[in-house]
Design a protein around this ligand. Structure first.
Ligand SMILES: [Cu+2]
Length: 476
């Protein structure tokens, strides 16, 4: 399918096209034409050319939905539908999403905007959209059965409200939620502060040079298959950002000295401690609003619990390729990283020889750890993501899942989001191999010269004798 977006190229062009469509009164009375994205790449920020100005965000491996202005109302059209999402090169998943992708497009509006969202259901079952974190009339909250009837297949529902509160939000179904979210239905929402604040600046929301957004999500897809198992509650096989796993996740790029904001929302079933290397950040806001300045503390890891959102802000003032990842090590693994027996210290050479007689390609894994698996390009079943992979300038990175790289460069141009390649370390700034002699390690002695003082000494071995109580079977 050729999407209008890829046909027209730039993000600005698409807004212009939408504005042109909007000229005719007949067109204004009709549904806004849905815009579809078929590529999983990070799209450039969608600079607004109608409505009030703002600094747009960049959706990691995603895009922002164009709108049309209809008598002062921002109109968007979401289409809930089955999609094919490339989760990493070589691995496609059959998911449900919006407008051609999972997650759906990011929606960006300005505080005070009146927003009208048309939601067309092209799924085989009812759906609804809940606007997580928004202040809105109760009947617009999107909880099927509670605040509205579910949107039947083939039908279109209209949501309309004023974006009252600036900040970081998300949207997702509130109908057959367990299934529809396990299938990938979700999207990001940003309400920018009104530029009325611009002269003095919003007291708690800073302007930044780069503003990245993504959702944490998770899937359970058997290697070789395409469709998530929707009943899985905890043991997911793919931990993803915007339905991408490393090495499929694009880097977050910054020019040295840029002020960077990263907004993260968690729609998985567990918490994710997000960890950034090389910099400290402040959590400047949540889906509940901006954090008071007095409550902000420097962190290098912040936990994002289920159903929460966090805004991290920092000045990218250290050049390099800095890892940015979930700190749960099982979440930086792809499919096959689970249910593997621990083989460390097990010499299974003998067993392997016997198996090799029957299965010539059999491979022994994990005797010395599992880094071998990252280095070896072993044949995988069709359509799966290698457990831990991705190559850096020094070999296998040994990561998958919720992992990416913050690339800070002096030469990166303002507004340029292209991957600058690997960092070239200045001479003398790289960890190096010690090739001199290795001294005997000093060990603490128990007795004599250099011994620990008596109080710090472990207690003397004490002989303990245990006699089993004589039971009823004694001969006495
Ligand atoms: Cu995690």
């Amino acid at each position: 399918m050729v999407s209008r977006r890829s046909l027209l190229g730039g993000a600005g062009a698409i807004s212009a096209a939408v504005a042109t469509v909007a000229v005719s009164k007949v067109a204004m009375a009709a549904l806004p034409e849905p815009v579809t994205q078929t590529r999983p790449d990070t799209m450039p920020p969608l600079v607004p050319n109608t409505g009030r100005p703002y600094n747009p965000v960049v959706t990691l491996n995603g895009w922002t939905l164009p709108w049309r202005l209809n008598n002062g109302v921002k109109e968007f059209h979401l289409v809930a539908e089955p999609v094919v999402r490339e989760m990493t090169p070589g691995f496609k998943a059959h998911l449900w999403g919006y407008n051609g992708q999972s997650p759906g497009p990011t929606i960006e509006v300005v505080e005070g905007d009146r927003v009208r969202i048309f939601v067309t259901n092209k799924l085989g079952e009812v759906t609804s959209v809940h606007w997580h974190g928004q202040r809105l009339p109760n009947g617009m909250d999107g909880v099927a059965g509670l605040t509205q009837a579910g949107i039947a297949p083939g039908k279109t529902c209209v949501y309309e409200f004023v974006a009252r509160r600036p900040g970081t939000f998300m949207y997702h179904p509130h109908a057959d939620e367990m299934v529809q979210m396990a299938m990938g239905m979700m999207g990001f929402w940003v309400t920018h502060p009104n530029k009325v604040h611009a002269k003095s600046g919003h007291p708690l929301i800073d302007e930044v040079d780069r503003d990245y957004v993504f959702l944490l999500n998770a899937y359970d897809i058997e290697p070789g298959s395409y469709t998530p198992k929707i009943m899985t509650m905890l043991d997911f096989s793919l931990w993803s950002w915007n339905s991408r796993v490393f090495p499929g996740i694009d880097p977050l790029v910054a020019r040295k000295g840029d002020k960077v904001r990263i907004r993260v929302g968690n729609l998985t079933m567990t918490n994710h401690p997000m960890h950034l290397h090389g910099h400290e950040f402040l959590v400047t806001g949540t889906d509940g609003g901006p954090t008071p300045k007095s409550a902000r503390q420097p962190e290098v890891t912040t936990d994002v619990a289920v159903g929460q959102m966090r805004q991290l802000e920092f000045v990218a003032d250290e050049e390099g390729d800095w890892a940015f990842h979930c700190h749960k090590s099982h979440h930086t693994m792809n499919a096959m990283g689970h249910n593997v027996p621990t083989m460390i210290g097990v010499d299974h050479g003998g067993v392997a020889r016997q198996i090799t007689n029957l299965v010539p390609d059999y491979m022994v894994m994990g005797e010395r750890g599992m880094h071998d698996m990252a280095e070896m390009q072993m044949p995988l079943p069709d359509n799966t993501a290698a457990m831990m992979t991705g190559s850096g300038p020094f070999g296998a990175v040994g990561m998958g899942g919720m992992f990416s790289v913050l690339k800070v460069r002096k030469e990166q141009k303002a507004g340029d989001y292209k991957d600058p390649g690997w960092y070239q370390h200045p001479p003398g700034t790289l960890a190096y191999e010690w090739t001199g002699a290795l001294a005997e390690p000093a060990r603490v002695k128990a007795e004599g010269k250099g011994a620990m003082p008596p109080l710090a000494r472990p207690a003397q071995d004490t002989e303990v004798q245990i006699r089993k109580p004589a039971g009823g079977h004694s001969n006495h």
